[in-house]
Design a protein around this ligand. Structure first.
Ligand code: ATP
Length: 221
């Protein structure tokens, strides 16, 4: 494993986590084990106010994420995007993380293949690799096509074995992962229909949803 002496290895998984579910958690845990990360942070994103489901606030999404990872030391929750008053660019999130870390700490940004293919539309995308490595989670059914600019980037920066990513930032690698067939959309829909979502998310998150009466028919976005 390409670990520098004393350097920490930190994975980052952004998302709305509305709500967090076992697809997120298993995927994160598997990456964390494969790469022997010190920590994998779930980073809930702020949503534009008009897209926030009326009765599910950012604070509630955050509370559910925290409940989900409680007792699992490999996974943590980072609330920096919710502490800002508007949605953050990934570049800014990475820059703010970098300000807090040692120069040789390794950051690994997890992105699904589809998100990776959309990278050229992101704010300051060509500078992202100055702050982190990118781990692309490849799935068997992915069908997006990378642009020429991305193909060039891959040719210049990709490393075959994700465990050999070295240094604090700058390289790209792929992890093949068959995702669990769970989505937050499916969970919101089931709850809106009054159906059970047991076993699709941790029991503590389910208890929170019920205690706060979240995702009832009128709250689904
Ligand atoms: P929604 O259904 O509301 O779009 P979602 O379930 O896809 O939500 P997000 O919060 O958008 O969840 O996902 C955050 C990250 O987790 C994304 O990178 C996404 O690719 C990944 N992810 C989502 N679902 C799964 C899953 N079942 N297995 C592995 N990774 C997942």
């Amino acid at each position: 494993m390409a670990r520098r002496d004393g350097a920490r290895r930190i994975g980052l998984l952004g998302g709305t986590f509305n709500p967090v579910h076992i697809g997120h958690l298993r995927g994160a845990l598997e990456v964390s084990e494969l790469l022997d990360l010190d920590e994998l942070r779930l980073i809930p994103s702020a949503r534009p106010p008009h897209r926030e489901a009326p009765q599910v606030t950012a604070e509630q999404r955050l509370a559910m994420a925290r409940l989900a990872v409680a007792g699992e030391p490999r996974l943590t929750v980072d609330d920096r995007e919710l502490r800002r008053d508007k949605p953050s660019f990934t570049f800014d999130t990475l820059a703010s993380l970098r300000d807090e870390l040692a120069a040789d700490d390794q950051l690994f940004l997890l992105l699904g293949w589809d998100a990776f293919c959309g990278l050229p539309t992101w704010h300051r995308w060509q500078e992202l690799l100055g702050h982190c490595h990118i781990l692309v989670l490849q799935r068997p059914d992915a069908d997006s096509e990378p642009s020429e600019a991305l193909r060039d980037l891959l040719a210049a920066r990709s490393v075959t074995d994700p465990r050999s990513l070295s240094g604090p930032s700058g390289q790209i690698s792929f992890i093949w992962q068959a995702p669990l067939a769970v989505s937050a959309t499916q969970i919101r829909q089931l709850l809106a229909q009054g159906r059970s979502v047991r076993f699709l998310l941790p029991d503590a998150v389910l208890a929170y949803i019920h205690a706060h009466d979240l995702y009832r028919a009128t709250t689904v976005s």
